[in-house]
Design a protein. Structure first.
Length: 214
């Protein structure tokens, strides 16, 4: 890659992140109004294996719905959430005063290696300009034996998500089947260990647990 190509690539990524950040800043006050968002968060929390989990990181945490659902399930240990949108993080702090909540880029997580036992990322991967870099970060911050849980769209109804970023900033393809998800996470050293599907009758979501293949 030439210097000019690298600069163009970096500019495109910066513009992508800015557009996503602004859209979710706008949505923060009303994000929890969505029954779909609340229902999916509860489903992910129910799916999670919390055996020997002392520290959870939720990537693209938004208003903290997944962490709140884990808390409602009875999880009472360390909870951390990161999101690109500062206003989403502000909303999450109102509901999760005891959690560590940070505005951060998912591809540059501000945590040491081997920090967490479980990483969750619910309907966030399709928004990242570099999803494989984010997935590699999960492997870095997970302790040996740690797990990651993704929730990605198998079927997506744009008419129900008019507040989402522009289509140019969304790519479901690398995650829209179990096979493609497996191919996408493999370079980071993950394999799909188990999976389930969730639907509210319109959107259909693949929930998958990833473990190290090493």
């Amino acid at each position: 890659m030439t210097d000019d190509e690298r600069a163009s690539h970096e500019q495109a990524s910066a513009e992508h992140l800015k557009a996503v950040r602004e859209r979710f800043d706008d949505r923060a006050p009303t994000y929890d109004d969505s029954a779909m968002h609340r229902g999916l968060a509860a489903a992910v929390a129910a799916f999670a294996d919390l055996t020997e989990v002392d520290a959870v990181l939720d990537v693209a945490t938004g208003t903290g719905l997944v962490l709140r659902a884990l808390r409602d399930r009875g999880y009472a240990r360390s909870m951390t959430g990161v999101d690109l949108s500062p206003r989403m993080i502000d909303e999450a702090r109102r509901h999760l005063p005891d959690a560590e909540l940070l505005a951060a880029d998912a591809t540059e997580l501000p945590f040491a290696d081997d920090t967490f036992d479980l990483v969750t990322c619910v309907t966030g991967l399709q928004l990242f300009p570099h999803p494989q870099a984010a997935i590699a970060e999960w492997m870095r911050v997970l302790r040996p034996g740690g797990r990651a849980i993704t929730a990605t769209f198998l079927a997506f109804d744009p008419s129900r998500h008019r507040g989402a970023p522009a289509a140019a900033h969304i790519d479901h393809t690398p995650f829209d089947s179990l096979e493609r998800l497996g191919e996408t996470v493999a370079p980071a050293g993950f394999i799909v260990n188990r999976s389930d599907t969730w639907t509210d009758g319109a959107d259909e979501v693949l929930i998958a647990e990833l473990i190290s293949a090493r």
